[in-house]
Design a protein around this ligand. Structure first.
Ligand code: FMN
Length: 224
């Protein structure tokens, strides 16, 4: 697959079939992940694949508790506003994402594979994410959808480490939990605010000097 196709069409695919992910595909995902950069090339990471029904059965209720907490805290006011103005495009987008995220929570146990990513001793907190995104891109190239989630680590870190048998005294923290599965829907380009609205040149707010009204893949063009 063309690298740009993977970059443009890898997006949160939370509605997936229960079909297992073959081991060769899992190998592709993991081997791509560990090629990623990390601060000082420390590779201070650990990954855990989770596909055992009993482990998923213990994580599912925790995950749903986390989502309930997320809706009730971070998203409470914006969700209330969105529900009052469902026809507003921003509200519609938020309601769509939250419905999709809740779908994943409600179907957690039937997701065939999760990748748990752990880090430690990383002051930037950023060293794990290139690896995670590489895993998601490699999955995309294999026709496997994925969704990066962080709620378990945010709201139920200790309980999740306990379920996964992570030693409590070595400093490992769960950074994120990525779901993987063959999508029920179709791949598409993720809608985003265009680059010229969120990028500057030379000074904050400085004119970028180019406009990118449409995605450059598969065939758009930048305007000067
Ligand atoms: C740091 C980070 C944390 C995220 N946490 C969650 C999460 O806890 N649950 C979830 O369903 N999606 C989570 N996501 C996925 C985002 O909701 C998703 O990437 C965003 O809505 C864009 O989706 P799209 O690429 O399909 O347009 C997270 C993404 C990032 C980058």
């Amino acid at each position: 697959m063309d690298v740009y196709e993977a970059l443009y069409t890898t997006r949160a695919m939370r509605r997936v079939k229960p079909d297992p992910i073959p081991l060769q595909v899992q190998a592709r995902i993991l081997d791509a992940a560990i090629r990623a950069p990390s601060g000082g090339n420390a590779q201070s990471w650990r990954f855990m694949l989770v596909d055992a029904p009993d482990v998923k059965a213990r994580l599912g209720p925790l995950y749903r508790e986390c989502m309930a907490m997320l809706w009730d805290t971070v998203y409470r006011e914006s969700l209330e506003r969105a529900r009052q103005t469902p026809d507003d495009p921003a509200s519609a987008s938020l309601l769509k994402v939250t419905a999709s995220a809740q779908y994943l929570a409600d179907h957690f146990e039937s997701v065939p594979l999760f990748l748990m990513a752990f880090g430690r001793g990383d002051p930037s907190g950023g060293s794990i994410y290139p690896a995670v995104w590489s895993a998601q891109l490699a999955a995309r190239a294999q026709g496997v959808g994925s969704a990066l989630t962080t709620v378990l680590g945010i709201f139920r870190q200790a309980e999740t480490l306990g379920v996964l048998g992570v030693p409590a005294d070595r400093g490992w923290q769960l950074a994120c939990c990525v779901s993987f599965g063959y999508p029920t829907g179709r791949w598409g380009i993720a809608p985003r605010r265009p680059a010229h609205e969120v990028a500057y040149r030379n000074t904050w707010g400085g004119d970028l000097g180019l406009q990118i009204p449409e995605p450059l893949w598969p065939g758009g063009a930048a305007a000067g």
